[in-house]
Design a protein around this ligand. Structure first.
Ligand SMILES: *Cc1c(COP(=O)(O)O)cnc(C)c1O
Length: 386
């Protein structure tokens, strides 16, 4: 048994010298706030995703919120989303003034089930907010067909899915909006940060205004060298802008996106091979004609079959010095949503089951082969120890 060595922090980011140098140069430049580095990062990101229009923000949550704000939803309007996601997805709908409606996922893909979406559509439905879970693309053909048939807006929560493609089209460019996260544990990090890609220029213009207090365009330039510029508040906005310090990190993270993806793919394959005879469910292989972003490697632990509960597994692997994640308890498990929307976990059986059984293993490109081996030995031992 490997002894307890240094703790492997779940989702620890791989930060290299280029990021450090760029942040230092940003600090020395004296321009820390939204400025030229944000513009550079936006342009590079748009190039990479081949989208139409882009705006950097300070989180994916902000990107989701502002995308929904542009829909001008009214009380009673409904937005359908998945029961297997991070709470921010659902909260963004609530803060946009609409009512969230949950659809269950497919057990194998962990992605929203198009049939369930269809079952939840009413005359109040205005949009569908999907999540490409763990980096695996949703069934976009079916989802876009439904959106077209019922005239619904589509927002893609791409927090896990920067590299994801479906039939050679990039995740985040199918719908009206694609929202990305650069939180510490995500495939690209800026510490905190987010990006939204929009199909329509008018939407991104409005998002840029809403993201900076509702002040008229390019208000951040008011302290520049082009002479003082007055700004006018045209809408009650938010404080969601990205800083140049954040973009300084992101610019170099983006340059390494393919090599880091490659590293995570290799770790993924090592896990698949090492765990194939264990009494657990491993993530399904990526579907043909798709690219999986390999954001999460999730195992499912059914206590009956594995001889150990998920929560006992969490304790044991932690004692071996390995940090893991749970993505996620299903949304209806949380008291606020139960109280407010009367949601019952049992009504979303696949999400419920996944939420009770899932564990995400370390998948950071920063992991050394020795650390990967430690994870493999620890997981194998826990299931043979029982
Ligand atoms: C991380 C995450 C978010 C929120 O991203 P932030 O950048 O932290 O706001 C939203 N949705 C999903 C699915 C996520 O994993």
């Amino acid at each position: 048994m490997t002894n307890k060595k240094e703790f492997i922090v779940f989702g620890s980011p791989l930060i290299e010298q280029e990021e450090i140098n760029e942040v230092v140069s940003c600090l020395k430049s004296g321009w820390l706030g939204t400025g030229p580095k944000v513009t550079e990062f936006e342009n590079n990101f748009l190039d990479y995703k081949k989208g139409n229009y882009v705006a950097a923000l300070n989180s994916c949550t902000a990107a989701l919120h502002l995308s929904l704000k542009t829909l001008d939803l009214k009380p009673g309007d409904e937005v359908i989303t998945t029961a297997m996601t991070f709470c921010a997805t659902v909260n963004a709908i609530i803060h946009s003034g609409a009512t969230p409606v949950l659809a269950d996922v497919e057990f194998d893909s962990m992605n929203i089930n198009p049939t369930e979406i269809k079952n939840k559509i009413t005359s109040n439905t205005k949009a569908i907010l999907i999540v490409h879970f763990a980096g695996r693309p949703c069934n976009m053909d079916a989802i876009m067909d439904i959106a077209k048939e019922y005239n619904l807006k589509v927002i893609e929560d791409c927090a896990h899915a920067i590299e994801t493609t479906y039939k050679n089209k990039n995740a985040g460019t199918f719908g009206d909006f694609g929202c990305f996260s650069f939180y510490v544990t995500k495939n690209i990090t800026t510490g905190e940060g987010g990006m939204v890609i929009a199909r329509e220029k008018k939407d991104i213009d409005r998002i840029k205004i809403l993201g900076l207090h509702g002040m008229s365009k390019d208000a951040w330039k008011r302290f520049g060298d082009e002479g003082y510029k007055h700004y006018y508040v045209v809408e009650a906005g938010f404080k969601y802008n990205m800083m140049d310090i954040q973009a300084a990190i992101g610019i170099h993270q983006l340059k390494r996106i393919d090599s880091n993806w490659q590293k995570r793919q290799e770790i993924w394959q090592q896990y698949k091979e090492a765990f194939r005879n264990l009494p657990i469910i491993l993530p399904a292989d990526p579907e043909t004609n798709t690219k999986h972003a390999y954001h999460l490697f999730t195992i499912l632990i059914d206590e009956q079959r594995a001889g150990i509960s998920r929560d006992d597994f969490l304790k044991k692997i932690n004692l071996d010095g390995i940090g893991v994640g749970v993505h996620y308890l299903s949304i209806p498990e949380h008291p606020f949503y139960q109280k407010t929307y009367k949601w019952l976990p049992e009504n979303y059986p696949n999400s419920y089951k996944i939420g009770r059984q899932t564990v995400s293993l370390p998948l950071s490109p920063k992991l050394t082969q020795e650390q990967i081996n430690r994870v493999i030995v620890s997981v194998c031992n826990i299931f043979s120890r029982k």
